[in-house]
Design a protein around this ligand. Structure first.
Ligand code: FES
Length: 183
């Protein structure tokens, strides 16, 4: 169920564009920021507010890799493995993070805190490789020591949000999060 505040955000987006369809993307972002993913129920709610068919909403939601239609943990960790990051040790960091999260490949940790997606493509931060993004905030120049500190802080942060995803703005306050990628 999405909150009244998010419903109002969607209605505002609808009223600020000449075409209702233009409000789909901002609506998807608003729901994802609150709930963490686009459930069937959330897609129906957006469709109702925008007076569109749910399929119109789902088609957009399923097109973009940054919009998630499946439930995930409070924190989505994605490690870039393209060439510049690979040359700077992304593969070894990937294995280290998997070990830390006790995951063999991608998936969600048993406590529901982290969802790990290790195969994201270049995020245009090659000059600061290797890097990962967590709830769309960047962490760059990664080393094992940095990863230890980041994950410790992320765990503490997740405990403050028992009912849903950790807002990206809060993740942006964790050590080594970069300013320039914050929305
Ligand atoms: S290759 Fe990793 S950010 Fe570009």
């Amino acid at each position: 169920m999405i909150s009244e505040k998010t419903r109002q955000q969607i209605a505002q987006a609808r009223d600020s564009f000449p075409e209702r369809r233009s409000a789909i993307l901002p609506s998807l972002h608003a729901v994802q920021e609150e709930v963490g993913y686009l459930s069937e129920e959330a897609i129906d709610a957006i469709a109702e507010i925008l007076d569109l068919h749910p399929n119109d909403i789902f088609q957009v939601a399923s097109f973009y890799s940054l919009i998630h239609t499946e439930k995930k943990g409070k924190l989505l960790v994605e490690v870039c493995v393209n060439l510049p990051c690979a040359l700077r040790g992304a593969d070894r960091l990937l294995e280290y993070i998997q070990e830390k999260l006790d995951l063999e490949h991608e998936g969600t940790t048993a406590d529901g805190v982290f969802t790990f997606r290790p195969t994201i493509e270049c995020l245009a931060a090659c000059s600061w490789a290797p890097m990962m993004q967590v709830n769309q905030r960047y962490f760059e120049n990664l080393t094992r020591e940095r990863i230890d500190q980041i994950f410790e802080e992320l765990r503490e942060l997740a405990a403050k949000f028992p009912d849903g995803p950790v807002p990206g703005a809060e993740v942006g306050k964790v050590s080594f999060a970069t300013e320039r990628t914050q929305q």
